[in-house]
Ligand binder design. Structure first.
Ligand code: ZN
Length: 230
């Protein structure tokens, strides 16, 4: 299995929230897309490992992913250790993605911050020669950062992707996580899902489309032609 895109998520549901639209767009363009969840995301107030695993399987089917695994690192105490770095670098060398996606680097959730640090360090390690890592050296061309942030940030993304055609399916993938986004939450409007739609509509408005998904990048983003701009 060789991937074009590997999204790295601290918890099952973060990739769906932050870049479900991009994943669906990649898939519609014929790219191979995988998600690596770093932890099982449990415990949570209304979830359990079994329920969360079932929800993840359902969301994986909605996103039509080519690959998804869980690295089995500890939820709530995720750390960018050398051991975790080696494990993630091994996955990157095995799957050889062109692009990596990681959470945005500013967050209130320590697991999210650790996931970003871990991804950046593992990307560097995955290119090393003369190492004990499995497989051949591989250096993903870019790391893009998606937003699934536990802070009310007013962000300035590097670019916004038009996900008007993908929005309903992205929402369907998010809805699979009933234990996280529906059960036990207020049904008074705006519900959590209403707020997600409002946010996607806001980002769509910034680029003149119905719905959008913002992304950050620590490095400048190149374009081959002005025709790529909307
Ligand atoms: Zn999370």
């Amino acid at each position: 299995m060789q991937l074009d895109v590997l999204a790295i998520a601290p918890h099952p549901d973060d990739a769906e929230l932050g870049m479900g639209g991009a994943i669906l767009r990649f898939k519609s363009e014929g790219l191979k897309v995988g998600v690596l969840d770093l932890t099982d995301g449990e415990p949570t107030p209304h979830g359990s490992p079994q329920v969360r695993a079932k929800e993840t399987t359902a969301a994986t089917a909605v996103l039509n992913l080519d690959w998804r695994e869980n690295l089995g690192l500890p939820n709530r105490s995720l750390e960018a250790t050398l051991e975790a770095r080696a494990a993630l670098a091994g996955v990157i060398r095995r799957l050889r993605p062109r692009w990596l996606f990681a959470p945005y680097w500013v967050d209130a959730h320590p697991d999210h911050i650790a996931a970003t640090q871990l991804t950046e360090a593992a990307r560097f390690w995955s290119k090393l020669t003369k190492s004990e890592l499995p497989g051949e050296p591989h250096h993903p061309q870019r790391i893009f950062h998606y937003y699934c942030v536990h802070l009310k940030l007013a962000v300035q993304p590097a670019f916004v992707l038009d996900i008007s055609q993908q929005w309903e399916q992205k929402l369907a993938a998010i809805r699979c996580y009933q234990s996280q986004f529906v059960n036990g939450r207020s049904t008074d409007p705006p519900t959590f899902l209403d707020q997600l739609r409002d946010e996607a509509a806001y980002w769509g408005k910034t680029i003149g489309t119905r719905y959008g998904e913002p992304f950050a990048c620590r490095e400048p983003v190149g374009v081959s032609s002005f025709a790529s701009f909307m």
